[in-house]
Design a binder for this molecule. Structure first.
Ligand code: SAH
Ligand code: SF4
Length: 363
């Protein structure tokens, strides 16, 4: 049985061809599944009954199940999505005046083990399938009541949930194709953002295969500190990362890179760090997004004081860099950024037989 949610437009067309069906049939089914949120072939009324029967024998439309759905006082809504084997990932919808942003996960856990990240601390279980990635959008659309008509409740997607999108490259790119496809979600490239901890070769591939807006998790102004905080830096140090950002901008839909910078008290948040940062990025058109650290159990770090974050941002702003500080949203339902926990059974630490408990929080 083929889960049709695992296929982007091109693969779905190829699959229909294998079944002896015309390409426009693939488009029709794509629209039913993604635009109308339909999973039942019988409800696809403009498709001949004989084809529907054939599809029922060979395919399913199987989105991952929503295990919980919590609404915060500020409108932030967090979905816990079942990805099997006692694993679950989080998807967060953040409504704002001029947009609705869905924060999507790409892996159960993450192997990159950044020092301050709760997802990383849970270890890595597995890559999400295309159906599990795009299924987050599918389920959120349904829950938000956006499946009827063309109302764009979700106008933006950020791949900033659990996992490193570029470490699950092929599935992430297929899911991106569906987000951009006019027969599926029809989002603008500028409104879909991939966030990466800096996998340089994969950044180059993304630029060629599916350039969307890019956010890079910087968190430190020099290699010594970044080697500690973001261990992948030992493989792709800052000089290479900055060069990759410049190459990416040649084909990016936006003319800047967004640098994410988690503010850790006494670690990376001094005036001197801010000035060192300015020197580091001086050739890269960029914006900064400062993220006050979200603590989680067992973490040795503390959040920088608000005044420190303000002062740090001011140094960047005075140098002409647009800098925003991420608001903490959805506190009351533990739906804050960068601390997504979900529920991950870590295969890399299985020897202890330990099941990583559900720890949730998010800024
Ligand atoms: N793996 C990708 C995307 C997911 S994390 C990446 O690293 O870019 C989204 C952002 O939240 C990243 O910038 C990440 O470094 C940051 N983050 C992780 N843990 C955090 C925490 N506890 N507090 C604040 N930000 C955190
Ligand atoms: Fe993985 Fe991103 Fe967390 Fe680092 S910050 S461990 S790359 S999810």
């Amino acid at each position: 049985m083929q889960n049709l949610l695992d296929l982007d437009g091109e693969s779905l067309t190829a699959w229909f061809a294998e079944q002896g069906e015309k390409p426009f049939r693939a488009k029709q089914v794509l629209r039913w599944m993604h635009r109308s949120g339909v999973a039942d072939f019988d409800a696809m009324t403009d498709i001949a009954k004989s084809l529907r029967e054939k599809l029922k024998l060979r395919a399913i439309v199987a989105p991952p199940a929503v295990v919980s759905d919590k609404l915060s006082d500020d409108g932030t809504r967090k979905f816990l999505i079942d990805v099997g084997n006692h694993n679950a990932v989080e998807t967060v919808f953040i409504p704002e005046d001029d947009r609705g942003t869905l924060c999507v996960s790409t892996q159960a856990g993450c192997a990159l083990d950044c020092a301050f990240c709760s997802t990383g601390k849970q270890g890595f279980n597995r890559n999400l399938t295309v159906a599990e990635i795009i299924g987050q959008l599918w389920q959120a659309n349904k829950a938000l009541g956006a499946v009827h008509g063309d109302e764009r409740i979700i106008s933006n997607v950020v791949m900033m949930g659990m996992g490193e999108p570029l470490a699950n490259f092929d599935n992430t790119v297929s899911a991106l194709h569906l987000m951009l496809d006019d027969h599926a979600y029809g989002l603008s490239r500028r409104r879909v953002t991939v966030s990466t901890s800096g996998l340089v070769p994969a950044m180059d591939r993304l630029r060629e295969e599916c350039p969307v807006a890019l956010a890079v998790s910087l968190h430190a102004p020099n290699d010594t500190l970044r080697d500690e905080l973001v261990p992948i830096n030992q493989k792709y140090p800052l000089k290479e990362l900055m060069a990759a950002c410049l190459r990416y901008l040649e084909k990016a839909p936006r003319d800047f890179i967004t640098f994410e910078y988690t503010m850790l008290d006494g670690i990376n948040d001094t005036d001197a760090h801010a000035r060192e940062l300015l020197a580091l990025v001086r050739h890269v058109p960029c914006k900064f997004n400062l993220i006050p650290f979200n603590p989680f159990p067992g973490s040795p770090f503390r959040r920088s004081q608000a005044e420190r974050v303000r002062r740090f941002g001011e140094i960047l702003i005075q140098a002409g860099i647009v800098t925003t500080t991420r608001k903490t949203r959805g506190d009351d339902i533990d739906a804050a950024c960068g601390q997504l926990a979900g529920q991950v059974q870590d295969k890399t630490r299985r020897t202890s037989g330990r099941v990583i408990p559900l720890v949730e929080s998010r800024s």
